[in-house]
Design a protein around this ligand. Structure first.
Ligand SMILES: [Fe+2]
Ligand SMILES: [Fe+2]
Length: 182
């Protein structure tokens, strides 16, 4: 089995890259130019489809197992699980606004910026706390059967963006990410 903590960390690095890209587009918008709403929607839809469907359910399973082993960490772990739901809702809200802009609706710049800031700040802090507090703890405490259960919590998740065969509709986003990294 691939080192599960390393794989977990790598996903966080991918998500962080996407959040940086999203933040750049929000800054374009803040500067008064038209943002690339399609790119922003692609980022959010990837995060909803992959992170919300696979990454977060797997983490929820890991967190439940960590709570059983370390009841003293119950509070921060429960908070992280709750944040998965908040992140999903904040992403939905931001996507809804961007879709409305695409459909020609006039939306206050401040409203979009606020929705984007909530999503970006929440998500960024969430990942940072997992990286600092939880991954090292999981690496020490979880055993092989735990990691199997974690993977099985959301089986067969092919990453449609960063995986070996990205989906057609994520090709633009993938190219953009590769250009940023170069
Ligand atoms: Fe998480
Ligand atoms: Fe995470």
């Amino acid at each position: 089995m691939l080192d599960p903590v390393k794989a977990w960390h790598e996903e966080h690095m991918y998500f962080s890259r996407l959040l940086r890209l999203l933040r750049k587009e929000v800054e374009v918008f803040h500067g008064g130019d038209a943002p690339n709403t399609q790119l922003m929607l692609d980022i959010i839809s990837y995060l909803r489809e992959y992170a919300d469907q696979y990454h977060h359910p797997r983490e929820d399973e890991a967190f439940r197992r960590l709570v059983a082993l370390r009841p003293d960490r119950q509070l921060p772990l429960a908070r992280l699980m709750q944040e998965h739901r908040v992140i999903a809702r904040a992403g939905d809200e931001l996507a809804r606004m961007l879709e409305e802009i695409d459909a020609g609706a006039i939306i206050q710049r401040a409203d979009i910026e606020e929705a984007a800031a909530i999503f970006l700040v929440y998500y960024g802090n969430h990942i940072a706390r997992e990286e600092e507090d939880i991954l090292p703890l999981a690496g020490r405490l979880l055993q092989e059967p735990d990691w199997i259960a974690v993977k099985d919590a959301a089986p067969a998740g092919n990453d449609p963006l960063f995986g070996a065969e990205p989906l057609e509709r994520f090709r633009d986003l993938r190219r953009r990410i590769e250009a940023e990294a170069a």
